[in-house]
Design a protein around this ligand. Sequence first.
Ligand code: ATP
Length: 199
Amino acid sequence: MIKIGVTGGIGSGKSTVCAIFASLDIPIFEADLEARRLQDNDSFIRQQIIKLLGKESYSSEGIMDRKHVASKIFSDKSLLTQMNEIVHPAVRELFHKWVLKNQEFPYVIYEAAILFESKTISDFDQIILIVADQPLKIKRIIARDSISEEQVKLRMSNQMLDRDKIKLADYIIDNNDLELLYPQILKIDKSIRENGKVW
Ligand code: ATP
């Protein structure tokens, strides 16, 4: 089974790109979504997060208070690292089980904002990095999430720079222009299906 990692900074267009791969009948494992599910539903993970960030991290209904958690972890690298160490191993385990259930597909995609940073690249045969210009990414996120430019920049400051990620990626998708996105994805998809890897 060929496992492809798709990553890119906040607002680079991971969901947009993966929606196109999904339309080509490729299963997508959304790591950030699975992480949120575990944070809300896995009692062991909840206990560890409360221990790290306080009981105000959860509502009385047991849903993680993402505003509170973001305010803590995005301004403290050590807390962010510890949070990732709580959640990532469980997400990884889920992914490996999910792969076993999707053996009939030519390849599967793992989509995550943090991939190089979480040292899990050895799990993947190939890594696709999505890049877009910083001002454009900021504009898209402000429009999508109604958050301030400062909040976007704070989140970006916790991610590796594109210029460092480019060196580690096997393939780069330029997402500055929607029209140019499709041909890039079709080319990669065709090549993986034909060769078992990207050109
Ligand atoms: P995050 O890291 O926050 O999950 P992401 O990398 O998944 O973000 P998307 O949600 O795909 O990014 O894109 C961010 C926003 O920009 C979305 O509202 C999306 O519709 C828009 N967008 C993405 N790519 C393009 C594009 N090529 N042209 C126009 N809008 C785009």
